[in-house]
Design a protein around this ligand. Structure first.
Ligand SMILES: Cc1cc2nc3c(=O)[nH]c(=O)nc-3n(C[C@H](O)[C@H](O)[C@H](O)COP(=O)(O)OP(=O)(O)OC[C@H]3O[C@@H](n4cnc5c(N)ncnc54)[C@H](O)[C@@H]3O)c2cc1C
Length: 391
């Protein structure tokens, strides 16, 4: 994979896209369908992406990554989804390391980033959400109490995806009680938990079966001992570090939504041309072709927003609003395209072998995770439009 940082914001990374499509061609619908039935992890697919270097796209070359811009990483995930594959099993390997890159000590960067770039270490578990606090991150209850040169972690995380397929987990825990914190946003800290050491020595992981194949879990922490040197950045500043990483996550997930939307539109278009009823292709009826055209227009608008957010990110601009809006409208575009695709296929939209019902279930997630639509609307209302804070 090319490691040269592209300067042209309009570049669409054609060679990378073509190479990703070629890789994805080895993982057809049947592969995903089989895994979906048993809720299996796509180990071979993740290995292929790792070996090709795609998951190290955003790691600087000085740490063994490809040093590619966000636009290239977005193109990779868009293509994966555009081919009918799913990046959920490994996309976090691309961006979770950003917290170490931005806030880690030089020793932590040297220790972890080259191994993550190489794929020797998987850092793709991210423990923020809890059962009682949900979206209200500042109310999380998992605690980290200092004891000598360790922190002792107690509590519970929910929806910690890929925890069973990750060597490390980025964990957000409370180090200062909420009522004692100087500021509302102080008192939370970020830790790098070595899952290989923690298994059976303070954590219990339970898989959660969901409507789509997503290796998500709940995790219980029971006096887990984490070396103090595994804290990232300053104690008490973890909420800010996590927020700083969210723009990258939103842009990349939005790119996956664009890929999904393109996949649904391509499938619907092909089917509408080929399915003949009443002596003509169903796509000749405006009642069938207009929803496809509308989904296409909606996808293109969302694609522009994703590109704007990614370009701003690469230029080092403050793009909280753009990243949020990209995620919002790209998720809407993929969901609208999914619904349209089922409708275009009639009964066949529900048949497993068409993959549409699987992708329909998969793309529904993006309305809720990694951030739900209402939270983005609140952000835009408050931070862009200056409306009163609603919560
Ligand atoms: C498959 C899956 C994978 C996930 N992976 C991870 C992961 O790896 N790591 C991780 O930390 N988390 C993960 N999550 C959690 C995800 O980020 C949360 O589910 C999401 O942020 C919503 O939180 P919640 O489920 O607690 O909903 P809640 O916070 O309970 O909210 C429920 C509903 O109420 C709405 N709502 C809440 N408060 C307000 C308000 N003030 N105004 C308007 N509406 C409001 C929300 O928008 C939502 O629709 C995952 C979730 C799923 C389903």
């Amino acid at each position: 994979m090319s490691s040269k940082r592209a300067a042209d914001p309009a570049e669409d990374f054609t060679p990378i896209r073509a190479a990703v499509r070629a890789l994805c061609g080895k993982f057809p619908g049947e592969y995903w369908r089989d895994l979906d039935r048993v809720r299996g992890y796509p180990t071979e697919f993740v290995r292929a992406l790792t070996e090709a270097g795609y998951l190290a796209a955003l790691i600087p070359e000085s740490y063994g990554g490809s040093g590619l811009p966000m636009r290239a990483a977005a193109a990779i995930l868009e293509e994966i989804h555009g081919c009918g594959c799913n990046g959920a099993a490994c996309h976090a390997q691309m961006y979770t390391m950003g917290t170490i890159l931005r806030h880690g000590s030089p020793a932590q960067k040297q220790r972890y980033l080259p191994a993550i770039a190489e794929g020797e270490l998987r850092l793709q578990a991210f423990g923020v959400t809890e059962p009682s606090s949900g979206t209200d991150t500042l109310s999380l209850r998992t605690t980290a109490r200092r004891e000598g040169d360790h922190y002792i972690i107690n509590g519970q995380k929910l929806w910690t995806s890929r925890a069973e397929h990750s060597d490390l987990m980025l964990l957000l825990a409370r180090t200062t009680p909420k009522e004692q914190a100087k500021k509302r946003t102080d008192g939370l800290s970020v830790f790098l938990v070595d899952m290989r050491l923690a298994q059976g020595a303070g954590i219990t992981i339970n898989p959660i079966r969901t409507m789509m194949n997503h290796a998500t879990t709940e995790i219980f922490f029971d006096d887990l001992r984490v070396p103090a040197e595994n804290m990232i950045g300053e104690e008490g500043q973890g909420f800010r570090y996590i927020l700083a990483g969210m723009n990258a996550e939103r842009i990349l997930i939005a790119a996956e939504c664009i890929g999904d939307a393109k996949w649904f539109i391509a499938r619907a278009t092909a089917y509408a041309k080929q399915r003949v009823l009443f002596g003509r292709p169903i796509g000749q009826n405006q009642g069938v072709q207009f929803p496809i055209a509308r989904a296409y227009a909606q996808m293109r608008a969302a694609e522009l927003m994703v590109q704007e957010a990614a370009t701003g990110y690469d230029a080092g601009k403050e793009i909280g609003a753009e990243a949020n809006m990209a995620k919002l409208i790209a998720a809407d575009a993929s969901w609208a395209a999914a619904d349209m695709c089922v409708q275009t296929h009639g009964g066949f939209g529900f048949a497993e072998e068409y993959d549409i019902e699987r992708k329909f279930r998969e793309t529904r997630l993006f309305q809720v995770a990694p951030i739900s639509t209402n939270m983005i609307l609140s952000y835009v209302a408050e931070h862009v439009l200056g409306l009163p804070r609603s919560y």
